[in-house]
Write a protein that binds this ligand. Structure first.
Ligand code: HSE
Length: 427
């Protein structure tokens, strides 16, 4: 049988993992692919000490790999949306199957690239783009293909989960944990993608498009990162029986589709609240299957490379029958954020004078919002004239909640900014 030649473009964290898998599991890869699967050509500007490439042909110009006529399947793991887009476009036009871990590129240009792959009769696969080692693309496109999926809720950024988990369990500083996440190869080249929620938004866009069968534009994902979560919020949330996690939520409601990424309080009794470190977790709800939670390593060299190689094996096994098999029914429309519904955690500083708490309660009740929990913290020192106030609302429409917050801001007893974090109760 003709060998299947794999070209690899990019030798960073994920690329080195792919080389290490080829070095360690060569025989197994060929067995699983039902053919001789060979890493025939690597394109990388520089070496990576984390893997041994001595057995392979290496070119410094990555386009030497893209244009190599012997390469049947091209793996793109350089990341970004500029050169990577050219690499993938050229490879598809040359009728090579492409496997990528590039969530930004798929989220922003996937619809055009899938069309190009279909026109050229080849596959564009991207299991590694979302949730690292968890086979979530396969779960949506194959395992749950008989289901109408109503929601996808997940922890889909490993770096963010690692930071929040370390801050929660060890009281570590945000910046210190982020540095460790970078050293461990979890974070993006530009870590603002992780901490400001952009990476999670890319992944949610991909999951929502697959789950609901419509292509969602990146601009329609409401995106908030973890950079404004304070140690105080983590401590107060714990006191009230919650963990703070960074969630991506895609949900079909009777009013429309919600698509949002933000820090979220989750009751400690929920399984997803216990998913810590760089792990990811995705909860899917299908009309036939019911709820299913998948958990696994969400970032890092080998877990991501594992997902890339699963796609490579799939494509090699299917040969000319390999396709992306993606057929979106037009563009997805998203419910404006002020029409979305959620419960809220609220924290602010108030002047410690009689009647303040009843004024706070009134600001909410005037907007038809009831308070599920309320904490007025004792003064830190007896000379202080302000106290922290923390409360949790019932589930309300965001527009009503915003009205209550405006009323609270105009109350002279409320000092400084008001912190607000959504609380999720539906999985
Ligand atoms: N920076 C990403 C994360 C890598 O932390 O989840 C995996 O996509």
């Amino acid at each position: 049988m003709k060998p299947v030649n794999v070209g690899l473009v990019g030798l960073g964290t994920v690329g080195s993992g792919i080389v290490n898998i080829f070095n360690k599991n060569a025989a197994l890869l060929s067995k699983r692919a039902h053919c001789s699967l060979q890493l025939s050509h690597i394109g990388a500007r520089r070496d990576n000490q984390l893997c041994d490439t001595s057995a392979y042909r290496v070119s410094r110009d990555i386009f030497d790999v893209v244009n190599d006529p012997d390469v049947d399947v091209l793996i793109e793991v350089i990341g970004g949306t500029t050169i990577a887009k050219d690499v993938i476009t050229q490879a598809l036009k040359a009728k090579k199957h492409v496997v990528t871990a590039n969530k930004a590129l798929i989220a922003e240009h996937g619809d055009a690239l899938f069309k190009l792959a279909n026109q050229n009769g080849v596959a564009l696969k991207y299991e590694a783009a979302v949730a690292g080692s968890i086979p979530i693309i396969k779960t949506l496109t194959e395992g749950l293909s008989a289901n109408e999926v109503s929601s996808v809720v997940g922890i889909i950024n490993g770096t963010g989960n690692f930071i929040l988990s370390e801050m929660t369990s060890k009281g570590r500083e945000f910046a210190d944990v982020l540095k460790e996440a970078q050293d461990l190869g979890y974070a993006e080249a530009d870590p603002t993608f992780d901490v400001e929620g952009i990476d999670a938004a890319h992944k949610l866009q991909i999951l929502a498009s697959l789950a609901f069968g419509r292509w969602f534009n990146m601009g329609s994902v409401s995106t908030e990162g973890i950079s404004k979560v304070a140690p105080k919020d983590i401590a107060y949330a714990s006191e009230l029986g919650y963990r703070i996690k960074h969630l991506g939520i895609a949900r079909q409601t009777s009013e429309g589709c919600e698509l949002r990424v933000h820090p979220t309080l989750i009751n400690v009794s929920e399984s997803i609240a216990k998913v810590d470190g760089a792990l990811n977790a995705v909860y899917l709800n299908g009309d036939a299957a019911g709820g299913a939670l998948s958990v696994g390593a969400g970032a890092g060299s080998l877990p991501t490379a594992s997902a890339v190689m699963a796609d490579v094996i799939d494509v090699a096994k299917s040969g000319s029958a390999a396709t992306s098999a993606i057929d979106f029914e037009g563009e997805g429309h998203v419910l404006p954020l002020d029409q979305c519904r959620s419960a809220y955690y609220v924290r602010f500083v108030a002047i410690d004078r009689p009647g303040v708490m009843s004024e706070v309660a009134q600001a909410f009740s005037k907007c038809d919002i009831s308070l599920e929990a309320i904490l007025q913290k004792e003064k830190r020192q007896s000379s202080d004239d302000v106290v922290d106030v923390v409360l949790i609302t019932n589930t309300v429409q965001e527009a009503s909640f915003n009205q209550a917050i405006s009323a609270l801001k105009s109350n002279g007893a409320v000092v400084g900014d008001i912190q607000r974090i959504r609380v999720e109760t539906q999985f």
